[in-house]
Design a protein around this ligand. Structure first.
Ligand code: PMT
Length: 223
């Protein structure tokens, strides 16, 4: 059996950017590369956890490691289904994925043709996965991320409260070195009472280790 502070624990991590289809050749997505989520999956596995990684579109292939079970998804809806399917039995869930808040109301079955000078795409809200999990939380430790361009603390703390997370990791993605696509990040971690840990510019691997070290101590049953 695996050794380490997460031995015997089931950890779910989400990574990457969801893909919301417009038609068979076009989609709406975002700049998430998957690196932050992959770093978390690797770090949790190295700490002994049994890891499920739910990955949407990513720049690189997910880690290949027998201790990391990978579920590939495309859309926010598919991520919702995959994540809610593994939620019940898990001890900790970390949502590093960048999930679309809106998707095209309808995905056209065939490639859309060019016609008028303007074109309107009607978008509808996706389900908020983190909020759903927060509202059905039992023993699980729920960790959200908040990517903000300015005002990170206030927005992150509002999301923590609304989505009923135990911890939220705020990254001001407007700061050089932080956020999408890079190998580094700059984050501050909050719980409901306020700032827990403020980290300088670090590799995403190091951010993952520090976040998990903190999270382990908050797991139900941890001494
Ligand atoms: O993948 P990388 O290139 O390494 O970049 C990492 C990152 C910047 C994507 C990552 O560190 C990060 O901040 N992820 C969250 C991005 C995001 O979508 O933030 P948000 O503030 O829009 O969402 C807040 C939280 O709610 C997130 O945990 C998100 O997964 C979750 N959410 C959002 C919308 C939705 N419909 N369902 C959700 O669960």
């Amino acid at each position: 059996a695996a050794a380490g502070p997460l031995a015997g624990r089931k950890v779910v991590v989400t990574a990457g950017g969801t893909v919301e289809r417009i038609d068979p050749v076009r989609y709406i997505s975002n700049d998430s590369s998957g690196k932050m989520g992959f770093a978390l999956a690797r770090a949790a596995q190295a700490m002994g956890a049994e890891v499920t990684l739910v990955a949407a579109r990513t720049d690189e292939a997910p880690p290949q490691n027998p201790g990391i079970k990978v579920i590939r998804v495309q859309s926010a809806q598919e991520m919702y289904e995959a994540v809610t399917g593994v939620w019940d039995g898990c001890d900790m869930l970390i949502k590093a994925a960048a999930v679309a808040d809106y998707r095209p109301k309808e995905a056209a079955p065939s490639k859309l043709k060019k016609s008028g000078d303007t074109m309107t795409l009607e978008l509808i809200k996706t389900k908020d996965i983190l909020e759903t999990l927060g509202s059905t939380k039992q023993q699980q430790l729920l960790i959200g991320f908040a990517a903000e361009t300015g005002g990170a603390e206030a927005y992150a703390r509002e999301k923590l409260a609304r989505k009923n997370c135990d911890l939220i990791v705020a990254n001001d993605v407007g700061t050089p070195g932080a956020g999408f696509g890079l190998d580094t990040n700059i984050v501050s971690i909050y719980d409901k009472d306020g700032l827990v840990l403020e980290l300088p510019l670090l590799s995403k691997d190091e951010v993952a280790k520090q976040l998990l070290t903190l999270a382990v101590k908050r797991l139900p049953g941890a001494e």
